[in-house]
Design a binder for this molecule. Sequence first.
Ligand code: PMP
Length: 464
Amino acid sequence: MNTVVDTALIQSLDSAHFLHPFTDFKDLNGRGARVITRAEGVYVWDSEGHRILDCMSGLWCVNAGYGRKELADAAHQQMMTLPYYNSFFQTTNVPAVQLAAKLASLAPDVGDRSFQHVFYSSSGSESNDSNVRMVRRYWDLLGQPQRKVIISRNNAYHGSTMAGASLGGMSGMHAQGDLPIPNITHIEQPYYFENGLPGETAEEFGVRAAGWLEEKILAVGPDKVAAFIAEPVQGAGGVIIPPSTYWPEIQRIVDKYGILLISDEVICAFGRLGHWFGYEKFGYKPDLVTFAKAITSGYMPLGGVMVGNRVAKVLIEQGGEFNHGYTYSGHPVACAVGLANLEIMEREQLPQKVHGEIGAYFAQRYAELNDHPLVGVAETCGFVGGLVLVKDKARKTRFHGDDGVGMICRGHCFQNGLIMRAVGDRMIIAPPLIMTRADIDEMMRLIYLALDLTQTELKARGLL
Ligand code: PMP
């Protein structure tokens, strides 16, 4: 395919017509967007011919890597057979059924919460809106309509719709939309580096951080709480990896008060943490699992909710009509691509790879960053990694929010052919699961280069 483009023309049309998500429009128009034109394997190319190692898998989604002809073929074939039909009025389609059955077979049994059912959407945000609707419907059907409150966490990301952004704990998002909507409340995240007390071990902190959920349940009133929602590892918030004691204690608390547990696995499912689902990694038992992104490796928009038996039973056996759904729920092309993508992941054993030797190598190499003078702590979980940039390593002194250290470092990454994302003073990665040892070595070389250049620039600016 011809990928030669007139960069200046595309940039000017971009400024004139395309309002980008999560973007300062004026600022972007002033500098011009980088035009990404093609991709293959673990690399993307821009319109100026620069090759960039994509260590964010697009936006946490291209788990099987770029250039998969099988996925294009699956889409082509399904478009020519049945490009679209709805599933509202007692009709169904083959790929949607097959994918739901496949997901049910991949989700490990967690007792009365085992996952036999799927509700489809086209994105993570929509899926979390569906969660809110489903959770409330569940409690209504059980004769407890007063159970409305959903507890989430500060700095969580659960989407950008009104309900998704409300569930999320991003203060900047709340400020712009009069959010959260009623009956959604937040507790602090389990961020040991930031909130651990002097002398407190990570394990002790994990139990204390989970205890904030119990405090909140008691403050709200246990009979008013419907559910707790959380990401297994907080992704967009900066790859906040909970201590090993956190999830078991959360499980104990949700069980004690009989509230539903929603695991938002839009990032953590499909091999990202070395398992098909993130809850397997931490060994907890959710009632609802949000998925999107890597279900198709990002090749088609598709999301949904895995509905555990405890909830599904009530919705199916006690419910009348559930007044909720989307035009594209169970879209045949998206589902066909999802099926083909899961086939690739199974055949190439991508979750097992992350769980096994290549994941161990990734963890070992990334941990070496702990020796860099600019790094407060560097941690991984499966194929996600996060590090915090610090002013004074020994004292763990953070930079000032306005210093923009993350964006400085991100600039050096991009400039040298590496995509690493900045979240405040944290630098994060989530590379495609197909990374080889050689790719990991190249990634590490580029990360060190970017960190060294950042250090030099910070010194020159008087910030170090
Ligand atoms: N939940 C989580 C955990 C996410 O990371 C995201 C997206 N980054 C979403 C929900 C929202 O997904 P989408 O952008 O597809 O609506």
